[in-house]
Design a protein around this ligand. Structure first.
Ligand SMILES: Cc1cc2nc3c(=O)[nH]c(=O)nc-3n(C[C@H](O)[C@H](O)[C@H](O)COP(=O)(O)OP(=O)(O)OC[C@H]3O[C@@H](n4cnc5c(N)ncnc54)[C@H](O)[C@@H]3O)c2cc1C
Length: 505
């Protein structure tokens, strides 16, 4: 490509969404990705292995308006399957609680009724509320946030006023529920709805999934809703052909609009002069200039690693250093000889709310949970295990030493519920928080480029005063999960950032 108008750093789905929208709007766009494959967290590791590595994500979907806006189905995106996947919790007595996001699914109601007739009666109302609240959160994620101190009330206040009006239109009951539930802990939230402990814990697990909080931490109501929105209910929706296909369709959309992707092109520095972005320098030394740079890498890496503190105002440097990045998720792929006995769907090991809190307690003290919260999906003979909590910062030893401990704990925890599992295990591949940093480029192994917690959402994401994708460097924008609209796989932060670029003078 001759001199691009726009450089996008990182080919995660958010970077690709931004790039495809900007290319569609007629900009000459070049995407630079450090890895040899596009997709960011949608892409598997490229480490040679005796069995094909599974992607990190068992499922995922972009927001429907992005799929339509970029014509992604024509570019290979797999449309949502009509069947609703099941969310299964392994009960302490060896039974299974099976839940589906369909409010009136007879099998779900029967499964809950075995624990509590009252909870079965409440389930349809719960699902109805969660779906409506998730639709509202989706609207909020689509709405660009004002920069508060710098807000131009007329230009930036109108979208927010529209959002407030839509909140009011949820009706009095849902509006108050929405505002009350977001800051609650998983324990408080689920106790308002249900009486059966296994049901409360199965739902509570969604509130701690992917973030370093416990079932008693404030703000679980928000993460629960975020994950419900991200998945379209409690269970993951598998993508035909794997999540890499989402990235493939975005690359095809980008290229068909004249954009270009270069993989194996790590950016070492964003070139800045007098607080104006001029281009980038790759690790190879090559320099590429462009008037606009978007970064889909996390804000800490972009601002402190690629721009550098000397180019930024001191208070902004302090705010960037203060972004909470606290990865505590590990992932394991276990090849079995088949017949592993695990059910289909999204299986969780989260028997009680206190179990979830204790699993988190370990992370607080820099330890790997001895009794972890697990979320397990299967694809044929391969069993994939999401493991919480495994903190990036270990109090004792390092991740090289602790890898085998992690693997044993995961297998022991599954085998305690499914006794035939251990004998079927043939090979284990583990991805520690350190691997997430070194291979996937995630600072401190934080999946969402910054914790999804109450003081880091909406107009406080990535930090107060900078929630409109801009930075103190003119021409440099942020588009990844660490800004408003992220994390998760929806793509809202990428689309909103492209909008901010197109609107800027
Ligand atoms: C095991 C696991 C489970 C998850 N479960 C959930 C869930 O249930 N719900 C949920 O909401 N979210 C979940 N997530 C988080 C979700 O996957 C992320 O929020 C999302 O994928 C981030 O997408 P992104 O495009 O913003 O960034 P990424 O996918 O992280 O992409 C960033 C890209 O930038 C590239 N890059 C970085 N630095 C440079 C550089 N210097 N030069 C060039 N390229 C660079 C990286 O290589 C990467 O390709 C999960 C993540 C994992 C790993």
């Amino acid at each position: 490509m001759t001199k691009p108008d726009v450089i996008v750093i990182g080919a995660g789905h958010n970077g690709l969404v931004s790039a495809a929208y900007l290319a569609k709007a007629g900009r000459k766009v070049l995407v630079l990705e450090r890895r040899s494959v596009p997709g960011g967290q949608l892409a598997a590791s490229t480490t040679p292995a005796s069995f094909a590595l599974q992607p990190l994500h068992p499922g995922g979907r972009l927001r429907a308006d992005i799929v339509a806006g970029l014509d992604l189905v024509r570019h290979g995106y797999a449309a949502d399957s009509a069947s609703i996947p099941t969310y299964v919790s392994a009960l302490p007595d060896g039974g299974l609680l099976r839940l589906s996001a369909s409010a009136d699914d007879a099998a779900t109601l029967e499964s809950i009724r075995r624990l509590s007739a009252r909870d079965a009666e409440r389930w349809p109302e719960f699902v109805g509320y969660m779906d409506r609240a998730a639709r509202f959160l989706d609207l909020a994620q689509r709405t660009p946030m004002p920069r508060l101190a710098n807000a131009d009330i007329l230009a930036q206040g109108r979208p927010l006023a529209t959002l407030a009006w839509k909140l009011r239109r949820l009706g009095r009951k849902d509006m108050f529920r929405f505002m009350r539930f977001l800051p609650m802990s998983a324990t408080e939230f689920t106790e308002e709805w249900f009486e059966s402990e296994p049901l409360k814990a199965a739902i509570g697990a969604l509130a701690v999934h992917g973030v370093t909080i416990g079932s008693m931490s404030a703000g679980g109501g928000y993460t629960l809703l975020h994950n419900w929105l991200n998945r379209g209910g409690p269970a993951h929706r598998p993508v035909a052909g794997g999540t890499q296909r989402i990235a493939g369709s975005l690359v095809a959309a980008l290229e068909s609009a004249g954009g270009q992707l270069r993989t194996g092109a790590p950016v070492a520095q964003i070139l800045v002069e007098r607080q104006q972005a001029l281009g980038v320098r790759l690790e190879s030394g090559e320099e590429i200039t462009a008037a606009v740079i978007l970064s889909g890498a996390d804000p800490r890496h972009t601002l402190l690693g690629l721009v550098g503190a000397p180019e930024l105002p001191p208070e902004f440097v302090w705010q960037t250093q203060s972004i909470k990045m606290r990865g505590s998720v590990a992932k394991l792929h276990v090849r079995t000889e088949g017949g592993h006995g695990l059910p289909d769907g999204t299986l969780v090991i989260a028997p009680t709310l206190k179990y979830l809190e204790r699993a988190y307690d370990a992370a607080k003290y820099g330890e790997i949970s001895r009794e972890p919260y697990l979320e397990i999906t299967t694809a044929g003979d391969v069993v994939s295990i999401h493991f919480q909590f495994a903190p990036y910062l270990l109090r004792q030893g390092d991740w090289q030493e602790q890898r085998t401990t992690l693997e044993s704990l995961a297998i022991d925890t599954v085998a305690a519920r499914f006794p035939g599992f251990r004998e079927r295990v043939r090979e284990v591949q583990s991805i520690t928080p350190l691997d997430l940093e070194q291979t996937w480029g995630l600072t401190e192994g934080d999946l969402n480029h910054g914790q999804l917690i109450l003081d880091q959402i909406l107009f406080m994401r990535p930090m107060p005063g900078w929630s409109d994708h801009r930075t103190p460097i003119d021409g440099l924008f942020l588009c990844g999960s660490g800004v408003h609209g992220g994390g998760g796989l929806g793509g809202a932060s990428g689309r909103n950032a492209a909008g901010a670029v197109l609107k800027s003078p």
